[in-house]
Design a protein around this ligand. Sequence first.
Ligand SMILES: NC(=O)c1ccc[n+]([C@@H]2O[C@H](COP(=O)([O-])OP(=O)(O)OC[C@H]3O[C@@H](n4cnc5c(N)ncnc54)[C@H](O)[C@@H]3O)[C@@H](O)[C@H]2O)c1
Length: 371
Amino acid sequence: MGKAHSNAWRNVASFFDVPAFEQKVLVGRDATQVAEAAAKYGWAESATDWRSVLERDDIDIVDICAPGWMHAEIAIAALEAGKHVLVEKPLANTLAEAEAMTDAAATARSKGMQSMIGFNYRRVPALALARELIAEGRLGTVRHIRAAYLQDWLSDAQSPMTWRLRKETAGSGALGDIASHAIDQIQYLTGQTILETSGVLKTFIAQRPGPNGTEDVTVDDAAWATLWLTGDMGGSVEASRVATGQKNSLRIEVYGTDGALTFDLESLNELNFLDATAPVREQGFRRILVNEPEHPYLEAWWPQGHIIGWEHTFTHQIRDFLIAIDTGQAPSPSFEDGLQVQRVLAAVEASANNKSTITAVADPAPASEGA
Ligand SMILES: NC(=O)c1ccc[n+]([C@@H]2O[C@H](COP(=O)([O-])OP(=O)(O)OC[C@H]3O[C@@H](n4cnc5c(N)ncnc54)[C@H](O)[C@@H]3O)[C@@H](O)[C@H]2O)c1
């Protein structure tokens, strides 16, 4: 993510009107490697101690791309030091950490500091368009939504241990890593809030080779959950990192009384729309190539049909964050939105640990407006 975010910081001002900023310091663990990365990715300096960087008066924005177990500590310290904070998803590894971060963000907001979580798929133009179409009523009343995020990079039982496979460093497996994106999309697209869930978590490969021999995998390889939302809406979410053959497929389907939408991240410039109010003999899904200047974010890029990619979502994210800081308007998705996703993750896990009992999502917050 350090590479993806750096790329966005480096090119955002070339495409969008954003307030002036400088890429100051890249922080990592290894002095030599982080110095090389800083030079390559456009940062003026590098450092290995994030705390000392937070003490600097010439640092106004902190962008956290470290693993989840560090999010709370760095984000809270940065907000308390008077910095604006962008943090990668999921907000944290535990509900308690996510709550503490959200409290710190609320206090900081009252002093003018902004905070945002990096659910970058909100910045896929096709999904931003999908949200607009749903909000405009083009699907009528949405009855249900499906989201499946499927990858296969852990299909091989010999894939080695990483921080992502240990509960103490990752919080959870496919659930927190990628179902978090899908859950955010479900709430973002529909404008509804998930109220209750029934979940199943499964670890197919219980041990993997680690640096010191075989190690237990302590997180899920795959997760499934049925969902019930405000607005009498149903939903389902599925996530897997062992879905053989699926590289990075986030599939979303939305079904309403007057229409339907389908999307797949592996074809991210396309949105499929069915207008069920058309005469039945003419009905069928049509493929919208979301590449017109009228579409969200596209005016800044290339001529029609000259498609964009995954990396552009991060540029859009930085653009929106900088403009929010400049205008003083709270950016979206907020830490509150991240906390609401964290509550759903916790409820899915609790349900899965209790034979899939239908479990309430604690203290659901109203879905915030998308930026
Ligand atoms: N939005 C997305 O699509 C997306 C995709 C992948 C990962 N992520 C999220 O991004 C975050 C990082 O994931 P990743 O895949 O880039 O992980 P990674 O393991 O590839 O990179 C983590 C980086 O954090 C650095 N780091 C660790 N401890 C540090 C410390 N004490 N001080 C400074 N730097 C430190 C490491 O040196 C490394 O460069 C996670 O929260 C993950 O969930 C988001």
